[in-house]
Design a protein around this ligand. Structure first.
Ligand SMILES: Nc1ncnc2c1ncn2[C@@H]1O[C@H](COP(=O)(O)OP(=O)(O)OP(=O)(O)O)[C@@H](O)[C@H]1O
Length: 459
């Protein structure tokens, strides 16, 4: 018996979810008003919380959803939160996972997929509770916050496609140097693991690897987070504190999502990179820092240079070596080896007797567009391992039809999806007054993909 809480401002969604989930999990509370979240969480021990990201006031940005996710994790850092997001929001959902959500489901959901996602979240939280000796579910204890550390052992990197071999060959060449590296690629293509691998193979490997989601830092936090502050520099500065650059001294600093920072932030960063020293906020004593710089972004950074939202001089400083990680759909040869790798990992973790992938599943996986790339594949395999009844993973253990790029959806379904897509694009175009860069970022599309859709829908 588990206890679930669902927060969504659509009463129909709440009723449907409760009907379905009560049968499987026992206790299900529903809530339409997110303002009641703190009260509910303080008063009930929920194993899983399902949170809608698209509240009415703020349908497409998910901003309100992010705030509520943050509130939940402030109250209970071990909470297991699954996000419910509208179609097309994969990028936003991935970002939320980085901020501490456990998983996400796309709306409208398929019942089997929703059940599998919850099962998988429950299994994870039970395992974490066991590991930490805590009475309640939860994921990684340090999951909230922007800094992660390199795993000493490193991840096994899979990739036999020509494009990934090229990436590995470049890593061989540059890991041992101090050259700045810029890693480009869509969400979930492996930018983070590649950055850690470069550090692991460098002469700095026994020194710190400091990872900062720089694109998520607010204007007010940017300087103190990166450069540190002295006591009294601002209201909350109760002690002296080193910034991330100082923490990374003699090691590597990994600045993720660098394509998202504002022009003033770019100017500050450029100065630090040129001078190689940092001054804590409120101090006037610069400190020299010796760091190897690795940056990553999923943004079209060259497009941003062209429309002047990203400084060319900053780009030239960070891209001494450039690594492009192709989306998974462009390296189909890697899909099955990756899926088998994750299958082995999860069958051991969940103690399941699964021997392989069925031929029908292999075909389906190779045709599917994987908008969330390797991360989506990994999550899909994890769920499938939990769900599988037999000794082979089958298409039924996956639901690979929800992708916006999947060509095999039925005619009725694709009409519905197209309507939703058109509405989302219209909404975003209004919100950003037609700014293609902002709209494509919000929708998680490349600029080219957005242009194609604008043409298709006559917008
Ligand atoms: N070549 C690979 N071999 C094995 N695992 C991989 C590979 N590439 C990615 N992964 C796994 O896929 C998941 C997503 O990778 P990662 O976090 O590095 O992506 P990312 O590009 O940094 O994503 P984001 O843009 O969202 O930050 C991780 O669990 C990672 O271990």
């Amino acid at each position: 018996m588990s206890k679930l809480l669902i927060i969504d401002d659509d009463p129909d969604v709440l009723m449907a979810a409760r009907l379905l989930l009560k049968r499987h999990f026992g206790h299900v509370d529903i809530e339409k008003n997110p303002e009641r979240i703190p009260f509910l969480i303080n008063n009930g021990q929920y194993d899983v919380i399902l949170l809608d990201m698209n509240f009415e006031r703020d349908v497409s940005s998910g901003r309100e959803g992010f705030l509520w996710l943050d509130r939940i994790l402030d109250i209970d850092p071990m909470a297991t939160v699954i996000l419910i997001t509208a179609y097309g929001d994969v990028e936003m959902a991935v970002r939320a996972i980085k901020l501490g959500a456990t998983d996400f489901v796309l709306k409208p959901w398929e019942n089997t997929k929703l059940l599998a996602t919850i099962e998988s979240a429950l299994a994870k939280s039970a395992k974490a509770a066991e590991a930490t000796g805590r009475p309640k579910a939860g994921g990684d204890t340090a999951k909230k916050g922007a800094v992660k550390s390199a795993s000493p052992a490193g991840t096994v990197l899979i990739g036999s496609s020509p494009s990934m071999r090229q990436v590995f060959a470049t890593i061989d060449q540059v890991a041992g140097t101090d050259a700045n590296v810029l890693i480009l690629g869509e969400n979930g293509t492996g930018k983070d693991v590649i950055a850690r691998e470069i550090h692991r193979r460098s002469h700095r490997s026994d020194k710190p690897f400091v990872s900062v989601d720089i694109g998520a830092l607010s204007e007010s936090l940017f300087e103190s987070e990166l450069f540190g502050h002295v006591k009294g520099a601002f209201t909350d500065a109760r002690d002296d504190r080193a910034g991330r650059f100082e923490e990374a001294h003699t090691g590597t600093i990994f600045l993720d999502e660098i394509g998202n920072i504002s022009l003033p932030q770019q100017a500050r960063l450029l100065t630090i990179l040129q001078q190689r020293n940092v001054t804590r906020v409120g101090s006037n004593k610069p400190k020299a820092v010796d760091v190897r710089l690795i940056c990553a972004t999923n943004a079209d950074v060259y497009g941003r240079v062209a429309d002047r939202s990203f400084r060319q001089d900053l780009l030239y400083r960070i891209n001494t070596i450039e690594l492009r990680l192709p989306p998974l759909r462009e390296r189909v040869e890697d899909i099955v080896p990756l899926a088998e790798h994750f299958m082995k990992q999860y069958r051991q973790q969940y103690n399941r007797r699964i021997m392989g992938l069925s031929p029908a599943l292999v075909r389906q996986m190779q045709q599917y567009a994987w908008p969330g790339n390797v991360r989506e594949l990994q999550h899909a395999v994890e769920r499938a391992v939990i769900l599988a009844q037999g000794t082979e993973l089958e298409p039924a253990n996956f639901s690979l039809v929800q992708s916006p790029l999947q060509p095999t959806t039925s005619a009725a379904e694709s009409l519905h999806i197209e309507d939703m897509e058109k509405q989302m694009i219209q909404h975003a175009m209004q919100k950003y007054q037609g700014n293609i860069t902002d709209v494509s970022r919000e929708l998680g599309l490349s600029r080219q993909a957005l242009y194609r859709r604008l043409e298709k829908y006559g917008l």
